[in-house]
Design a protein around this ligand. Sequence first.
Ligand SMILES: Cc1cc2nc3c(=O)[nH]c(=O)nc-3n(C[C@H](O)[C@H](O)[C@H](O)COP(=O)(O)O)c2cc1C
Length: 191
Amino acid sequence: MTADLAPADVDFRRTMGCFATGVAVVTVGGPEPHGMTANSITSVSLHPPTILVCVGRNASMHARLMTAGCFGVSVLAGDQERYARAFADRSRPRGRAQFAGVPHRQGPRTGAPVLDGTAAWVECQLIGTHAVGDHSIFIGSVLDLGFSRRPPLVFWSGGFVRLPVAMNAGEDTDAGGDTDAGGDTPGPPPA
Ligand SMILES: Cc1cc2nc3c(=O)[nH]c(=O)nc-3n(C[C@H](O)[C@H](O)[C@H](O)COP(=O)(O)O)c2cc1C
């Protein structure tokens, strides 16, 4: 398809909005930590474990990721929509202040903030970037990870959705931290 025949923005958004995703807060650490809501995250490779996140060039997170060299991904649970909204709000405070009132810990491998009470979390070392259109793909080698049994927050058709399921609440051993990923880690097969 040539550029003049490219679909309208609204059609692209509506079409891709049919592809339901989870919702995460991508973070970088350091003296001025930063977090940004993102749903363009996917696993790339199992051996070695690798993920990607796409970030708009206009986002402050873009420059922060380029220099940080590592990042965290906190996969939000169904009851954490407020964090998805907060870290997407361009008027939010900068630096540490944006994490005030957000229970979190410092990722031991990256120093990036990792939110508490999430469905899952990942710490990555940045191993590559690829510019595409108005975004860049940031490729992360997974250094550490964990998950709880909390149902994830879902983004679908431009809105937040909570799954109508209670996933084995008794198995959730997260007491501030999360379980280490075991052999039954849920997730799609790598591409
Ligand atoms: C559900 C949801 C998903 C989003 N996913 C992305 C994404 O994958 N990549 C991106 O660059 N922005 C995404 N955004 C928009 C950013 O969160 C938003 O522009 C944010 O204010 C950018 O922060 P920053 O410029 O302070 O880094 C998403 C927003 C929402 C609400």
